[in-house]
Design a protein around this ligand. Structure first.
Ligand SMILES: Nc1ncnc2c1ncn2[C@@H]1O[C@H](COP(=O)(O)OP(=O)(O)OP(=O)(O)O)[C@@H](O)[C@H]1O
Ligand SMILES: [Mg+2]
Length: 430
């Protein structure tokens, strides 16, 4: 890094976001998330109400149409009765036309049966080349079906004898009965697709904001850091200033540089390298142990075999471990134990990292919200640590981060899953 001399030290410009009241910003983050959730439920309820209303309305139409079809069948029955009971020489052309129209108009399938005659049918569909025997079989099958659907309409044919008209619902009525279910399915499908498209667009927008903010922060930090480095060199060159002061300041500057690198990594597509998970976690926990209260004890249970690697961005991965461990320290008010267990279950292509604390734990309701940006139960918390951690693990490393278990008053365990990468074998040359 090129250090600037303190004399031409540029003026420190603060990013506008840093000037915002943190509480207000956090609240607005939380509100955005809650609003989004409420809107989703609102749309869901509206869809449900519309579907139920449509179901009731169509059912009402179906009932009315069914009544009308029954009336038409009775009219057809009346016509038949008239014809059967009239003298043979009467002209039935007109009356036949009228009564057949009754069922033909609505395409109601009907079969009239009495003791003497071959069944008379209307609106029964037969295959094109059906033989007489085929037709008889179809009519028999239709009769069985019709008997189960409607009470037949009786037709008095004289001498105390009765014929019966069996009938089915018209095709239109059958369609209408199933229509609301088809409509509901289509509506739900459209709703679901719209939701997917909407949330993909929102996620892409959120990503742009994150990336932009991170890049800008890294950029803004770069300038004062160069300047601080120059001050360190200046103190070192002055024999009147204790050199240990310069050493201490340098440590802090190095730490600030690490933070800047993290921001710059999250602001661009980070490069992943094949790394030993044990080495990274162990050395970072050793580093952390020195920086937290001496009453917090770290224990590492490393069950990984040698050479167990994963594709990692060291900087960002350490940030995740740091966020989770710092939360753990906060949760136990400075006294307690943090157990970090590393394992790779047999036949699993993943490496598991469990970070377990003996802190105050959390309720189920809170556990569901901790990954939402802005959710914090701390006085000075931003509620961003876990959001970033999840994003780093899931979006950049293709892994998973979740609360494995938590019990109020006992502690919490976070689990990180990272795809394992088998160490590439080195083939010895002959
Ligand atoms: N180990 C833990 N035990 C109990 N509660 C936890 C633990 N880790 C996280 N939490 C809860 O999750 C909340 C969100 O954590 P997160 O790290 O995202 O934000 P934060 O620590 O409040 O603020 P910051 O942005 O500074 O990290 C915390 O405020 C806390 O209530
Ligand atoms: Mg935190």
């Amino acid at each position: 890094m090129i250090a600037e001399t303190p004399k031409n030290k540029p003026r420190f410009r603060l990013h506008p976001v840093a000037l915002l009241n943190s509480d207000r910003l956090r609240r607005s983050l939380v509100e955005t998330y809650e609003r989004k959730g409420n809107f989703k439920y609102f749309i869901g309820v509206v869809l449900l109400i519309l579907s139920i209303a449509s179901l009731f309305y169509t059912n009402d139409l179906v009932d009315k149409l069914e009544e009308r079809e029954e009336r038409e069948v009775r009219l057809y029955g009346e016509g038949l009765r008239y014809i059967v009971n009239s003298p043979d020489d009467e002209n039935f052309t007109v009356i036949m036309g009228v009564i057949q129209d009754a069922v033909t108009f609505y395409q109601i399938p009907v079969i009239y049966v009495d003791e003497n005659n071959f069944p008379i049918h209307r609106n029964i569909n037969f295959p094109k080349n059906a033989s007489l025997r085929d037709k008889e079989r179809i009519i028999e099958a239709q009769l069985v079906k019709m008997k189960s659907e409607h009470i037949p309409v009786p037709v008095q044919i004289g001498e105390g004898k009765t014929g019966y008209i069996y009938y089915s619902n018209s095709f239109l009525l059958t369609q209408l009965r199933y229509y609301p279910f088809v409509q509901l399915t289509v509506m739900l499908l459209i709703g679901y697709l719209a939701y997917l498209a909407f949330s993909a667009a929102r996620k892409a927008e959120q990503n742009r904001v994150w990336v932009g903010l991170a890049k800008e922060t890294a950029h803004q930090l770069g300038t004062p850091l160069s300047s601080l480095m120059a001050w360190v060199e200046y103190f070192r060159s002055d024999p009147n200033i204790d050199s240990s002061i310069a050493d201490e300041i340098e440590k802090d500057v190095v730490r600030l540089e690490m933070i800047t690198t993290r921001f710059s990594n999250i602001g661009s597509v980070p490069t992943l390298k094949q790394e030993s998970v044990s080495t990274i976690v162990t050395s970072f926990i050793t580093y952390l142990q020195k920086r937290v209260s001496s009453k917090v004890h770290f224990f590492i249970h490393d069950q990984l075999s040698e050479g167990q690697t994963a594709l990692l961005n060291k900087n960002l991965f350490e940030w995740v471990v740091e966020n989770i461990c710092k939360n753990a320290v906060d949760a136990m008010s400075g006294i307690g134990e943090i157990h970090v267990t590393l394992q790779a279950p047999p036949n699993s292509k993943q490496i598991l990292i469990d970070i377990q604390d003996t802190g105050k734990g959390m309720t189920k309701a809170n556990a569901n919200k901790i990954f939402n940006p802005g959710f914090s139960t701390k006085k000075r918390g931003w509620g961003l640590g876990l959001t970033l951690a999840k994003r780093i693990i899931e979006d950049y490393h293709g892994g998973k981060l979740f609360v494995k278990s938590s019990e109020v008053g006992k502690g919490t365990t976070f689990r990180i899953l990272i795809p394992a990468k088998i160490a590439e074998e080195v083939i010895p040359e002959d």
